[in-house]
Design a protein around this ligand. Structure first.
Ligand code: PLP
Length: 414
């Protein structure tokens, strides 16, 4: 094993037999794996590597083009214009304008900002939402909307819970544990009817639809108009862009409160010097994602099919309505945490669900909401496909997963 130590900003190409990915960052130690050790990364819902094209686009803005966009001289004004153009590119990918976006430090912050629309009103959120929605909804005394056993929103429960004081409804476009895609335009239709009814009865409370689209950008063609959303969260870190960069689309009639106060950047809603390289990288990443949407969907559908046909003795948790790159398998009676460690030993990286919940050993609220038993939840493994995967890797991963499950069964049966 060779150890490389590099300081300052750098780019490393890790060309192992099964991984070809560009790594970037500050000071770190990189352990280069021997050529006979495989690495198969199947956790793209947790993080995606920054693509080499994205990294290349960002680089000048760390060095030559380092200027503060708020400064008065010409080179800074040029950077400010490029920042705005990048925002325009991000907005264009969802059918919006640069002025509709507030750039944030990731999806968590965008979700928190979206909830500032609530004021003194009430909120509803889907029970399977990511913690960055659930926890902020709790601050507003939010009520959850149930899902059906297939993970889709229970429309009857939604309709029953929209009381006259509800201001915000938050439903993720695609779930981060099971990839289930919600029928947002149908939900927007229900909201339109409620708004019309409120108007007729003289009820002045506004009603907004917010959606967290963090996981969907790679696989769905997103248009805010088609979805019928008032607020939409985007996340660069899930589309081969940099971590800690996100955006909130805000429709013109929604009033928000600042997440930070200071120099008035981002229309005064999120003060602080703009993350120019991050936004430039996000724009490139989202444009790349949009360009390769159809090819990626086909690729992941094929890889998913291979996994499902070669892995043995599982029950598929996300049978329908899921993003093509999400495969959630239940090995009832097995501890999936143990499978993760066995697979890690073989160079295969998978997860049991949301990275933040899994790291705290919490039981998945998403799988609980689907009605899975405790032993089914314990036995569930999330595989999320991405650009680093190919067919050869997937055959190998299926074989290694079968071996890990067989060895766990043998251990349990003594
Ligand atoms: N929302 C969803 C659906 C996610 O999957 C994630 C991250 O996993 C987040 C929000 C939080 O994103 P970040 O950690 O970039 O703020």
């Amino acid at each position: 094993m060779t150890i490389w130590i590099q300081a300052s900003l750098l780019t490393l190409q890790a060309n192992t037999k099964h991984l070809n990915v560009t790594l970037n960052g500050g000071v770190f130690i990189f352990a280069k794996l021997c050529y006979n050790i495989i690495m198969i990364y199947l956790d793209h819902a947790a993080a995606t590597p920054v693509s080499s094209k994205v990294l290349k686009t960002m680089e000048p803005y760390f060095t030559d083009q380092f200027f503060n966009p708020s400064a008065a001289y010409l080179p800074a004004k040029k950077v400010a214009a490029e920042y705005e153009a990048a925002k325009g590119e991000i907005a264009h990918a969802i059918g919006a304008k640069a002025t509709d976006l507030v750039i944030t430090a990731g999806a968590t912050e965008a979700n928190n900002l979206a909830f500032s629309a609530v004021g003194d009103g009430k909120v509803l959120y889907l029970e399977t939402e990511h913690d960055s929605v659930r926890k902020v909804a709790e601050q507003y005394d939010g009520k959850s909307i149930r899902v059906l056993s297939n993970g889709l929103i229970d429309m009857d429960d939604l309709k029953a819970k929209i009381s006259d004081d509800v201001v915000l409804i938050s439903v993720a476009l695609a779930n981060n544990e099971i990839g289930v895609i919600q029928p947002l335009s149908e939900i927007a239709g229900v909201i339109r009817d409620v708004k019309f009814d409120r108007l007729k009865r003289g009820v002045k409370t506004p009603l907004y639809l917010h959606s967290d689209a963090s996981q969907a950008l790679n696989l769905l063609d997103i248009s805010v108009a088609r979805l019928g959303v008032d607020l939409l969260t985007l996340n660069a870190a899930k589309v081969y862009g940099p971590k800690g960069v996100g955006a909130l689309y805000v429709s013109h009639d929604v009033k928000l409160s600042p997440v930070s106060y200071g120099g008035g950047q981002e229309k005064g809603l999120r003060a602080g010097t703009e993350n120019v390289p991050g936004v430039i990288g996000f724009a490139k990443a989202i444009s790349e994602a949009k360009e390769h949407l159809n090819g990626n969907r086909k690729k992941y559908a094929n890889l998913r099919k291979i996994l499902l046909s070669e892995i043995k003795d599982y029950e598929l948790v996300n049978k329908k309505h899921a993003l093509d790159n999400f495969v959630v398998l239940c090995f009832d009676g097995i501890d999936a945490e143990r499978l993760i460690y066995l697979l890690e030993d073989k160079g295969v990286y998978v997860s049991t669900g949301a990275a933040c919940a899994a790291s705290k050993g919490l039981k998945s609220h998403v799988l609980t909401a689907l009605g899975l038993s405790d032993s089914q939840i314990t036995g569930s493994l999330r595989l999320t496909l991405g650009e680093t995967n190919d067919e050869e890797q997937i055959h190998e991963a299926a074989k290694l997963i079968n071996e890990a499950v067989a060895s766990e069964k043998a251990r349990i049966n003594g």
